[in-house]
Design a protein around this ligand. Sequence first.
Ligand code: ATP
Ligand code: MG
Length: 397
Amino acid sequence: MERVIIAHHHEITLKGENRGFFERQLQQNIRRSLGDFLPATSIGGGYGRSIIYLPSRGDEKRILERMTRIFGLANVGIGYKIPQDIQTFCEIAESLLLDRKFETLKVDTRRPDKRFPYSSMEVNRQVGEYLCNRFGVRANLSHPDETIFIELVDGVAYIYRTRLAGLGGLPVGVSGKLVALLSAGFDSPVASWMMMRRGAIIHGVHFHSMPYTGVASVDQVRQLARVLAQYQMRMKLYLVPFADVQQEIVLHSPPPLRIVLYRRMMLRIAESIAVREKAEGLVTGESVGQVASQTLRNIRVIDEAATFPILRPLSGTDKEEIIALARKIGTHDISREPYDDCCSFLAPRNPETKADIHLVRQAEGLFDIPAILAKAIDQLRVEEFFLSPASQTELAE
Ligand code: ATP
Ligand code: MG
């Protein structure tokens, strides 16, 4: 009887021809994610599942924790690989329930391997009856206190009681790369995570105004990148000095337009990073109407500076929804810390809510944009963040 993790793949079954590609990417992500615990040979799969053979019980909790941060998994169960035999199912199920207090029970059998002579219903019935008699409990199929899962796959059976929800989504890497404009606030880390969940590899770019602002806000972004790296195994962060660009804008343009002009310059710089990274688009944490600079009109005027598609996964969300997601992801407590934003520094008192593209272009006519871009690219620094070592993964649940 081997101790195993059984993880069900999410959505992949829907993807027709891409299925093989998605499954290979997911399998590779699992191997990379668990590489410091297990050899690649301990990870197998088939029938829309991944099976992980656990060597010693000591690492189980951490392996499970890692598994619940891998996009593309619907759920993650931990239990045993056993022979396909009803009597064995009954005995092992009994042992899994021994120290539990419960009044109702469900047996949930899946049988992708049709060679087993009994139907799933029949297995549910026989094992259920045995357990109900043994523990003096009733069957309840809609809201059971306890569920025993049995899966008949490839000539063997997997049985488990404990099952955690996975993150769903698509395996990181199947959708290509995106460059995310990452600040120290709540929104952009959540937006980045949402695009990772759709299979993108995210590279972050952060604009800072050092030395006019302290190193604390950059450190805060680094901490956010480290949390995000737990979901895609590594994350690149581009740090771009932005103070000179801001000063240029402050000197030569009407105050209400500043934020829109900063954003347009950020997009241009991010776009040249996207070209360099062979990325398919940009991501921001903007949400329509959240602040003055994020009106629909301003979004349109800001977009006009870029040629790459700009994805705004939070555009239709409320702040409460964003905060709830930030908690789940583990970025909330970092983003909550106050920080010197490069845009609140030198921010105008009355930002324009309906920027006029002609006035914006006129203002930009005074800048040497190619020179600004070249300088920013020349001065940027790249850092990289990885999965925390096996001994110190400490993220929010
Ligand atoms: P966030 O919580 O992500 O900071 P916000 O609600 O504070 O967003 P803004 O400050 O208007 O909104 O920023 C809008 C978007 O512009 C951010 O979500 C982010 O994608 C990008 N952005 C803002 N400031 C920076 C920065 N210093 N570096 C990189 N991107 C930034
Ligand atoms: Mg912000």
